[in-house]
Structures are given as structure tokens and as C-alpha cells.
Design a protein around this ligand. Structure first.
Ligand code: TYD
Ligand code: MG
Length: 459
């Protein structure tokens, strides 16, 4: 096949160059030029036409919004409940889903299970594997207990061949595992480069929109994030799901970061078992480590991710540090930790200036909501003083720079979930205090950080 002409475009300013250069000749930024297929023919990119546009293209009909029939999207449930939950109900016709996550977290496993379920439900599927051979995928399917699976498999990494096969076999759902191994003949860049990843994803998205075939792209996220590519795809696709969780623990979370067909921040919870991923329908207590007696530096919070409240243990370790003490957090925002330490010092008189502070959300879960603030602060003070919080204790609430404790959304639901799991003492923002008492739960409503510290000291 004849190669189309390629150009190099700067991701910062849009400047172009016929050759790759380390520095953009237009804006001077370094390492921003990426390869793209040049649009063929003259005038394609013309921005202004002094003689008017009529000669260049036909005018298109327009319609008032009210005259357009609003259609609800057709979804096919994958019959894996936790996956359907994050997808917003199921696979959407012509929808493009990106599933990202660290290597080995279970992307291929989940998708193979989902494809098999869809195929059994009567939807023709195609699984394109570029990372593993057909034999390897078959081996996994035996392990998953889906012998006799009718999922069609294609071991191929060249985009043009994949598209031709899709056209010939007409599946309803295609999985591309992974987008980083796929490459197009039209570009000279190596597979996995930003240019290739973007070009391939753009072709597949266009194919999905044009044919109504649902496409699921698998993407790897490396520690650096950007170079692996999936980040540049986020704006192209309809739905972005990310796997989180610790590969060493059994539990995996799939979170919807973006969803044109459903709610964002919804999470699906799975357990990795001998026979693949199994949905966990009641995940509220899986992120607690089971201490027989309370230990210093541990505080349980109730987080509300999507529609379900979950209890998560926050652990802190405060230890005397060197000349430049470290602040490290796993699963929580590092900048927020620095802010909370400053608030703790200024408003509650708890100083950690010369101390290393480590904070961790148990089980590899990532907590982005500020309602974790109070639990982070209480676990830090508990570790600093070497004094455990009482048995059955929970806390949640956002903390502001002025030392005020702000309410968390849907506080009642959080408290009820904690009571259901046998927690007996709670420190919560005043505005979250329930009007009617909750059975078995003593609630201390606080307005300020220092008040929360005093309550805890007196327990
Ligand atoms: P995989 O789906 O290959 O991860 P990814 O595609 O995200 O790179 O699966 C990764 C891990 O899951 C692998 O270490 C083995 C484990 N695993 C199980 O524990 N049970 C199973 O049934 C399967 C298929 C895999
Ligand atoms: Mg894989």
C-alpha cells in the first residue's frame, strides 16, 4: 500500500514541520512534535475562502432542536452486573469505551468474560488480541471455565487488517486488546507512540460511529501516564473506565471517569478469583483491615462513590524524620495532605513539622472526595500521640483552610451504612447530624477541627 504523506504537528501550538524535530520551530517547545497523516489534496485545511464557500461545499440542512426526535440509547447488558453498573446499564450501540489500568490488573480477563456473556446472549463479538497469541487467550478461557466459547478471536496488530476483518465479519462488539500494540501502516512511528495510538483510536472511533458497532479499547497506563497514550484518548471516546486497586490484593475497582451514557464516578467492585473476576455486590466492608484491637494511626471513614457508601480505613504513620521530612500518601491527594497538616498545626495546635507523615487508604482504593479530610487528620493525630481511636469509631467531613468542618453529601446514608456494619461512635460535620437518632450509633456533631480533636480526646 502506498504510504500517505505524514507531517509532524506540535501538540502545544499546532505548528507543523515536514520532519521530526526536538524543538518546535513555531513555539520553541521541546518534544512536542508528533506524527500525523497529512490531509491529501489542496485546500482541505483552508480556513478562509475569499470568494465564499458555495464553490467548496454544499450547504447542509439545519433543523430546530424541537423537531429532532430524542432517542434513548439502546443498551445491551453484559450480564456482569458490576460492569453494567459502571457502563451505565450496558454496551451501547456505536459506543466507544476505553478501559485503562496497570498491566496485570485484569483488563483482558474482565473483557473476555464480558464478551463471552454477550456472545451467549446472542450478540456477535470479536476479540482482537495483539498482546497474546490465540493459544494464550484460549488457555485463559479454559481457566475462566468458559470452554465452548463462541467468541471470535483475531490475533492481529495492524489496524487496516483489523478494520477489514470487522467489515467482513460484522460483529456487534469489538474488543481491541490493546490499543498500544495496534499500529497503522500510514505512519512511520512505532506502535505505542502517541501518534499511532491516536491515529488508530480515531479510525476505530469513526468506524464505530459509522457502523453502530460498539468498540472497547484496552489501554495501559504506565507510571508516567502520558507517554503510554490512553490519556490522549480520553476526549475521543464516550466512556472511560479505569481499573484501580492493588494487584497484590484480591479486590479490583473499576471506576467510570467519563461517561456520555451514564453517571461518572460510579464504581464496580470485583474480586480476582481462581476463575476470573467475580462481582462483589455488597462491597461496603472490604476496605477495612481487621484489627482485633484498635491500633494507633487508623481511622475508618465512610466514602460515597457513585451510588453506594463504602467504609474505608485510613492509616497514618507519623515518625521522626530527617532534615527534610517526607509527606507521602497512597490513594489520597498529596497536596491535600500538605494542606491538612497545615490546618492541623494552625487550628488544632498539632505540629508535625519535623516528622515524616505517611498516609494510606487501605486496599489500594483511591479516594478523591474531600470528605476524607477529617479521618486523615484524626489518624495522623492518633499516630503522633500513639493513642488508638476507640473501637467502632468512624469519622468523615471536609476540612477548610479556616479550620471549619464542612458537610459531606448524603451524610445520613453514610451514617446508616456505618451503623449497619456495627460501628458505634461517629464524629461528623454538624450539618450531617441526623435529626432522629440512629440506633446503635453515638453521633458527635462538630463545626471545627479543634472541636473534633477535643471530642476524640474525651472518648
Ligand atoms: P490479565 O487480565 O491478563 O491482566 P491485564 O490484561 O490487565 O494485563 O490478568 C492479570 C492477572 O490475573 C494475572 O496475574 C493472573 C490473574 N488471574 C487470576 O488470578 N485468575 C484468573 O482466573 C485469571 C484469568 C487471571
Ligand atoms: Mg491483557
Amino acid at each position: 500500500m502506498a504510504k500517505d504523506k505524514t507531517i509532524f504537528t506540535c501538540t502545544e501550538c499546532g505548528g507543523t514541520s515536514p520532519r521530526w524535530l526536538g524543538k518546535c520551530p513555531a513555539c520553541g517547545a521541546w518534544n512536542t512534535l508528533i506524527e500525523q497523516v497529512a490531509e491529501a489534496g489542496p485546500g482541505k485545511n483552508r480556513l478562509s475562502a475569499p470568494q465564499g464557500y458555495a464553490g467548496l461545499a454544499h450547504a447542509q440542512p439545519v433543523m430546530p432542536l424541537a423537531a429532532i426526535e430524542a432517542q434513548d440509547v439502546a443498551r445491551t447488558p453484559s450480564s456482569i452486573d458490576e460492569l453494567d453498573r459502571v457502563l451505565g446499564g450496558g454496551i451501547v450501540e456505536g459506543g466507544v469505551v476505553l478501559i485503562g489500568g496497570d498491566p496485570g490488573i485484569g483488563k483482558s480477563t474482565l473483557l473476555l468474560q464480558a464478551m463471552d456473556a454477550l456472545q451467549r446472549a446472542g450478540l456477535p463479538t470479536l476479540y482482537v488480541t495483539g498482546e497474546e497469541s490465540g493459544a494464550q487467550v484460549a488457555l485463559r478461557s479454559r481457566r475462566l471455565g468458559i470452554e465452548g466459547s463462541q467468541v471470535k478471536l483475531l490475533a492481529e496488530i495492524q489496524l487496516e487488517k483489523i478494520l477489514a476483518t470487522v467489515e467482513a465479519t460484522q460483529p456487534a462488539v469489538v474488543v481491541i486488546d490493546s490499543i498500544q500494540t495496534t499500529y497503522s501502516d500510514q505512519l512511520t512511528s512505532a506502535p505505542g507512540s502517541v501518534a499511532q495510538v491516536r491515529e488508530c483510536a480515531a479510525h476505530l472511533t469513526r468506524m464505530a460511529k459509522g457502523t453502530g458497532i460498539a468498540v472497547i479499547l484496552v489501554g495501559h497506563v504506565t507510571k508516567e501516564g502520558a507517554l503510554a497514550g490512553p490519556r490522549v484518548l480520553e476526549h475521543m471516546v464516550d466512556t472511560v473506565l479505569y481499573f484501580e486497586g492493588d494487584t497484590h490484593s484480591q479486590f479490583r475497582l473499576v471506576r467510570a471517569i467519563k461517561n456520555r451514557f451514564g453517571a461518572v464516578n460510579e464504581i464496580g467492585v470485583f474480586a480476582m478469583t481462581e476463575k476470573g473476576l467475580k462481582g462483589v455486590s455488597n462491597p461496603s466492608a472490604i476496605f477495612l483491615s481487621q484489627h482485633s484491637e484498635p491500633v494507633p494511626g487508623s481511622c475508618v471513614m465512610v466514602t460515597l462513590e457513585g451510588t453506594r457508601p463504602m467504609l474505608v480505613e485510613i492509616q497514618a504513620l507519623v515518625d521522626s524524620g530527617g532534615p527534610s521530612p517526607r509527606r507521602l500518601s497512597v490513594g489520597l491527594d498529596k497536596d491535600r495532605l500538605a494542606m491538612l497538616l497545615a490546618v492541623l498545626h494552625r487550628h488544632a495546635g498539632v505540629a508535625c513539622m519535623d516528622q515524616d507523615v505517611f498516609v494510606n487508604a487501605v486496599g489500594g482504593v483511591r479516594i478523591s472526595e474531600p470528605a476524607a479530610d477529617l479521618a486523615v487528620m484524626l489518624s495522623i493525630t492518633s499516630s503522633l500521640r500513639g493513642k488508638p481511636l476507640p473501637k467502632g469509631f468512624i469519622a468523615f467531613g471536609e476540612v477548610g483552610l479556616a479550620g471549619e468542618v464542612r458537610p459531606a453529601p448524603r451524610g445520613q446514608e453514610r451514617l446508616k451504612e456505618a451503623a449497619k456494619l456495627g460501628f458505634s461512635v461517629a464524629v461528623v460535620p454538624k450539618a450531617n447530624a441526623p435529626k432522629k437518632p440512629i440506633e446503635g450509633l453515638t453521633i458527635h456533631a462538630v463545626e471545627r477541627v479543634e472541636e473534633a480533636m477535643n471530642v476524640v480526646r474525651g472518648l
